[in-house]
Design a protein around this ligand. Structure first.
Ligand code: COA
Length: 438
């Protein structure tokens, strides 16, 4: 079949879905927007269809509307606001994973009937770039019975190994929606302080992985005068593009993919997507490769920077849930934090504000709590184990935990807690037997 014969509408794609099907879509911007805008319209004839997503940037009725619960169940490798809403409505469940193994482990459990995702336009040779994500999509495409791509002139055609040939695709839907852009989170004062504490650890020639959020943005702004930085990251961000454009990133000191910025997905501004189009300086490689700690460790001077929500006094990092309520996902946190520590002179930083404002369930009032805690909230998922934690950073300082004993950790972590909680934390550490009285 040639290009024209493969063209269908989103409605025709939905007509191919059967009860009991397992549908996988792409990560973030690669979610199949036209298909999911239509899928709920088939709810009357469908039952028990399962949809897998990862960090979807929009909500759709088939994800979160409780009236379609019997027709569609949704599960996700990484929660976003849309998935958190769907979870509350009883429509979704979380799939625990480290991103480099997400597809491999899922496929051991279940094979997809349909892969449907966003992609760039085919080139003159019939190659279709999966554009903004290669986290697990190629593995799922290889396994799916039916492959449907939404091809879009607004999606960047990216280099790397996320190309499928026209003959590997069953159907194409021509669409022209914008690539969903991530709002630029302006760094606040705390972000700037934390960024300022990490910046001195980063030297010319280091290789960076930065997570999502205001703090990595603040840090990136402080690195603009660096030289020969490299990028080997899960997510390519707008600020990494700005570092490249400022001449701070060359990739010339990297051991792997020398001279290239390597990522497994792209998420950021419209300018970032334009920058990535037909740009051989950016390689979008498989998540099973990019995020493999063994691969990450092959670049020297790897610096990994990620966020957490709660850290206990022994160094366990709860980065993805608030108690047992799933908030996001492990994503690449374990992959990149452990990979960086395999690297010669590599370092992993876990950042968090020292406190959070949360609603007291009894009074209903918002109150300030410490994010450095004697014990994690009951049910909290440990995203990074205390065996793998390295540096922890708050606006009060940097705790270098690698190789330390629990007594040393307690002191180091209390030292970066908000001063008003420090005495209480020390007393709780004693009361709980985390440390003993000498
Ligand atoms: N107790 C209760 N609530 C807490 C909390 C705590 N200890 N810590 C944070 N929160 C609340 C915040 O108040 C905030 O609520 P709000 O949205 O109502 O303001 C919310 O949780 C988010 O917290 P915040 O500290 O602002 O998180 P963040 O924006 O820095 O994001 C995550 C952090 C969730 C993205 C990050 O921890 C994560 O997902 N990490 C794992 C994934 C990862 O590292 N990937 C790396 C490769 S990209």
């Amino acid at each position: 079949m040639n290009y024209k014969e493969k063209l269908i509408t989103a409605q025709q794609a939905v007509d191919m879905v059967k009860s009991g099907d397992y549908i996988v879509t792409g990560l973030g911007c690669s979610t199949a927007d036209a298909f999911f805008n239509h899928l709920h319209l088939a709810a009357d004839r469908l039952k028990d269809v399962v949809i897998s997503t990862c960090l979807p940037m929009k909500d759709y009725p088939c994800f979160s509307d409780p009236q379609y619960k019997d027709s569609f169940f949704h599960d996700s490798w990484f929660y976003s606001p849309a998935t958190r809403k769907a979870h509350k409505a009883g429509n979704t469940s979380f799939v625990p994973n480290c991103l480099h193994f997400a597809a491999t482990k899922r496929l051991a459990h279940r094979q997809p009937n349909i892969y449907v995702g966003a992609a760039a336009m085919p080139d003159e040779h019939g190659n279709i770039s999966l554009s903004c994500s290669n986290a697990y999509e190629m593995q799922m495409i290889a396994a799916a019975d039916l492959v449907i791509l939404e091809i879009n002139p607004n999606y960047p055609r990216t280099f790397g190994d996320a190309f499928v040939r026209l003959d590997e695709v069953d159907h194409l839907i021509e669409v022209d929606y914008e690539v969903p852009a991530l709002p630029d989170v302006p760094p606040n004062d705390k972000d700037k302080v934390i960024g300022g504490l990490i910046a001195p650890y980063i030297k010319d020639g280091d290789c960076l992985q930065l997570g999502i959020g205001g703090m990595p943005n603040a840090l990136a702004e402080m690195l603009m005068d660096k030289k020969d930085l490299g990028i080997h990251t899960e997510m390519l961000t707008t600020n990494m593009m700005k570092l490249f454009q400022a001449g701070a990133v060359s990739g010339r000191k990297k051991q792997l993919q020398n001279g290239k910025m390597v990522c497994t997905f792209i998420m950021g501004s419209k300018e970032l997507y334009e920058f990535c189009h037909d740009n051989p300086s950016v390689e979008v490689l498989a998540g099973s490769y990019t995020n493999d700690p063994y691969v990450i460790g092959q670049n020297d001077n790897m610096i990994s920077i990620n966020a957490s929500m709660e850290v206990d006094l022994t160094g366990q990092c709860a980065s993805e849930s608030i108690g047992s309520t799933q908030f996001s996902g492990t994503g690449g946190q374990t992959d990149t934090a452990t990979g960086a520590q395999k690297s010669k002179n590599g370092k992993s930083f876990i950042c968090l504000y020292s406190t959070a404002m949360v609603k007291n369930p009894e009074t209903g009032e918002r109150e300030e709590i410490s994010k450095i805690v004697p014990q994690l909230k009951p049910g909290a998922a440990v995203s990074l184990s205390r065996n793998d934690v390295d540096y922890v950073v708050t606006e009060y300082g940097v705790a270098a935990l690698r190789g330390t004993n629990i007594r040393e950790r307690v002191e180091l972590l209390i030292g970066i807690a908000h001063p008003k909680f420090r005495d209480e934390l020390r007393q709780q550490a004693l009361d709980l037997g985390i440390i003993s009285q000498r």
